[in-house]
Design a protein around this ligand. Structure first.
Ligand code: FUC
Length: 811
């Protein structure tokens, strides 16, 4: 168990101090456990487990355990056509008013452009598994609750009298069940009552003396016919007690187990979203899992999970801190730095993605898949104006590439066809469109209020398809999945763009209209506030990214030369990015407006810095300087208040190659937007997984970048991480990278390419390197200072060493 290894490792560290670099690779599991000395007092302090479909939050009270359950297809609502046939005829007038600067009138008329209905329905909790034991809380000693990220198991241990009790839970992807196991250090000590509950729309009964069966249907009536079209769902729990004295019986819709040596509970759930008969699906999954020994189930789960998790190891501290996680977080609040905690947060991010996004299932929503409410904040939906994309920022670079497949499937199966209809009905356009949010029923029309009139979701989502190709070089994926999606999104934009009638040039420039910079507002010259405009900077950046990537994809596939030309010609007609003459900042809108909320959480106009790369330090230094001023300005006005906003800022600073500022933002995130269980918080105190995942990407981005024509090693190392070690990061071009560094400089790196080709490596703070393959030095060129180039062969391993002279010189 990792905590014992952890203790042993600390001893080694103390005796041979300075051997930091041996780190986690030598002792797997060190620093990979979140732990606490008390149970969760509220949902945010419970510990999450998940298999990409089933999830649970485990509270860990000795006397009354609550396991809050989720199944990620359990959504209110049903598929329907939400387009508004009147939208299109009002569009030209809204556009005319905006070009004429009549924003208030345009805003009023724009209500006619919205879809019907205006709002989506929520993702819901499935219910709770409740255990009641006969433990008297005051008699509980040696309490420990933990989440072991290396094995994806949560565990509670405590002692009452002379008996030590252990509970373990995990969510198995291979067996599609949640498994809970109760054991005791002495025979016959497990006694508990188990119930499966949900507050509405379901009933639970017992079946035989060992099974709980919940059946339900969300109450959601079709307005005209009155028919209940809500989703049907089911959950079952099978209890398997062991021990010669064990008894089990059904009492009042619950089970009572007494005198068992151990107890295994298997929990399944399903909905009619995927299963014709959810009840039968639960029965099937339990029947398959029940004959297997607990150890067999656990071994299969671990093997499956670790195929993903083990790919990346990160050591940036010295593993000297073995305090409970909440105490460490409190120390960070008090101003202490804790690099190990940052590394733990990073691996927690990877754990959360592995647990909430698995091939064959839905993508991670605003809360991954953990939600205890019937009416969660923002419906726990898919927001496409930053949030769902941020969820997938770490996928490629932290070597979880396959976990983007749920996003790709969701886009292709749920969004594209509906988005084509919305494009046609609302805009008379080809291609597909998604506005600022969606659900599992294919919602693509403008929602909520007029800020929902933001038709850039499809264009932004398309970036993920291209990036997946850039990292994997999977041509089949590019041809079959990515290109059709990217092309469709481009077709919509081509039709959406209009000539700016105020432009005196020939041909006139092309702009988006209507347009928002999500979800920010500005002052018009007459002092009134507006959000509505044309050609917001973010639109231009997203279009640049989409068209550039689509052209590159078409070229790779040797297809659509005319279409490529059309995209290239259109790009030339977009307005350029602008630097404010007043402030030197990157302009967020087509005019240089002042902002009522200068610290606004969205920093949309910096899309081109991250996740895009139209703005780079080397390629566009003036724009990069202006972008830097924009971030500094936001921060000087209390920017970055939400977890996701802070996480985005970490990525910006990584791209500015300012490791110390990135690091400061990471600490701010831990201080201001993180639960004791390392979950990201949106103010006031709402779990939102995007901050976790965005910051995980940001930490990787501090160590490795590959967006600017080279694999850049240690581009943004902060002073606080002078020595460290990372394995398994991935770079664009199909590379895997491991690095060791000491005294704030790279020592050596291992680069493993997946495809043959020219390779350029940039190393911060190192003037020269040697590169070996198969034990022999290879020829390298030095096309510019700090860049080392060679031709890589797929499958070979290249070892790069900073030459001693260079390190000395750099010092
Ligand atoms: C966007 C953000 C909010 C929140 C919501 C889910 O609208 O502006 O802060 O994250 O998505």
């Amino acid at each position: 168990m990792s905590r014992f290894l952890g203790a042993a490792f600390v001893v080694v560290m103390m005796t041979v101090g300075g051997l930091m670099n041996l780190g986690a690779t030598e002792v797997p599991g060190v620093g990979l456990t979140l732990w606490y000395t008390s149970p969760a007092s509220n949902w945010l302090d419970a510990l999450p487990i998940g298999n990409g479909r089933l999830g649970a939050m485990v509270f860990g009270k000795a006397d009354e355990e609550r396991v809050q359950l989720n199944e990620n297809t359990l959504w209110d609502g049903f598929p329907r056509d939400t387009t508004n046939p009147d939208a299109l005829k009002n569009l030209p007038e809204v556009r005319r008013l905006l070009f004429a600067g009549k924003n208030a009138e345009a805003t009023k008329l724009a209500e006619k452009l919205m879809g019907h209905p205006l709002r989506i329905k929520p993702y819901q909790t499935l219910g709770d598994l409740l255990l009641q034991t006969d433990v008297v809380p005051t008699e509980v000693k040696n309490y420990r609750r933990e989440l072991d990220l290396e094995h994806a198991v949560t565990r509670v241990t405590y002692t009452v009298g002379s008996v030590t009790y252990t509970r373990e839970l995990f969510a198995s992807a291979p067996d599609q069940v949640i498994v809970m196991r109760l054991t005791a250090s002495q025979p016959g000590q497990i006694t508990t009552r188990v119930r499966l509950v949900r507050s509405i729309d379901a009933t639970t009964t017992t079946e035989g003396n060992d099974r709980l069966v919940m059946r339900g249907q969300i109450e959601r009536r079709e307005t005209v016919t009155g028919e209940n079209k809500g989703l049907r769902f089911a959950s079952q729990m099978l209890a398997i007690p062991a021990g010669s004295g064990a008894t089990i019986k059904a009492v009042d819709n619950g089970l009572t187990i007494a005198g068992a040596d151990s107890l295994t509970l298997l929990i399944s759930a399903a909905t009619a979203f995927r299963e014709k008969d959810p009840d039968a699906a639960c029965r099937r999954d339990l029947a398959a899992a029940a004959p297997k020994a607990y150890d067999t189930l656990r071994a299969a789960h671990e093997q499956d999970y670790r195929q993903y998790f083990d790919r990346v190891r990160l050591t940036i501290g010295n593993h000297s801190n073995d305090l409970p996680t909440d105490e460490r977080l409190a120390a960070v609040h008090a101003g202490k730095d804790d690099p190990d905690l940052v590394a733990l947060y990073f691996q927690m991010g990877r754990y959360l993605l592995i647990s909430s996004s698995r091939p064959g299932n839905l993508p991670a929503n605003l809360q991954g898949l953990w939600n205890d409410s019937l009416t969660p904040a923002w419906n726990a939906d898919y927001h496409t104006n930053i949030n769902v994309q941020m969820n997938y920022w770490p996928a490629e670079v932290t070597n979880l590439s396959e976990l983007q497949q749920p996003l790709f499937d969701y886009v292709r199966n749920q969004l594209v066809a509906s988005g084509e209809r919305t494009a046609r009905v609302h805009y008379g356009a080809h291609g597909w469109v998604v506005h600022h949010l969606s659900d599992v029923w294919g919602f693509t029309t403008p929602a909520d209020g007029i800020q929902g009139l933001w038709p850039m979701g499809a264009a932004w989502l398309s970036q993920h398809f291209w990036e997946h190709y850039a990292f994997t070089r999977d041509r089949t994926f590019l041809a079959q999945q990515a290109y059709p999606v990217m092309k469709g999104a481009s077709e919509f934009i081509l039709d959406y763009l209009v000539e700016d009638p105020n432009d005196p040039h020939t041909p006139k420039r092309l702009v988006t209209n209507p347009s928002f910079s999500p979800e920010n507002s500005f002052f018009l010259p007459d002092g009134s506030k507006s959000r509505f405009t044309y050609a917001a900077t973010m639109d231009l950046e997203i279009i640049n990214d989409l068209f550039t990537n689509t052209i590159a994809a078409a070229r790779e596939l040797h297809t659509d030369t005319e279409f490529q030309q059309k995209l290239a010609d259109t790009l030339k007609r977009l307005p350029p990015l602008q630097i404010s003459k007043k402030t030197g900042r990157l302009q967020e809108w087509i005019e240089d407006y002042d902002e009522p909320e200068p610290g606004h959480r969205h920093i949309s106009h910096l899309f081109a810095l991250y996740p895009g790369h139209e703005i780079t330090l080397h390629g566009t230094p003036e724009l990069a300087t202006a972008a830097r001023k924009s971030v500094d300005y936001r921060l000087s006005h209390h920017g970055g208040q939400t977890g996701w906003s802070r996480a985005w800022i970490v990525n910006f600073f990584a791209r500015f190659q300012d490791g110390d500022q990135a690091h400061d933002s990471l600490l701010a995130l831990l201080r201001d937007n993180t639960t004791n269980t390392l979950l990201d918080l949106h103010p006031p105190r709402i779990f939102q997984i995007d901050g976790n995942l965005g910051a995980t990407a940001g930490i990787a981005e501090m160590l490795l970048q590959s967006h600017d024509d080279a694999i850049h090693l240690l581009p943004a190392l902060p002073k606080g991480w002078p020595s460290g070690h990372v394995t398994g990061l991935r770079a664009r071009g199909g590379y895997e990278v491991a690095m060791n560094w000491t005294n704030a400089r790279l020592q050596d790196a291992t680069i493993t390419p997946r495809v043959d080709g020219p390779t350029r490596i940039r190393v911060t703070n190192v003037t020269d390197v040697t590169i070996e393959s198969n034990g022999k030095p290879i020829a390298i060129t030095r096309p510019e200072p700090g860049v080392f180039a060679f031709t890589a062969k797929a499958g070979q391993t290249y070892t790069l060493r900073a030459s001693a002279a260079s390190t000395a010189a750099a010092r």
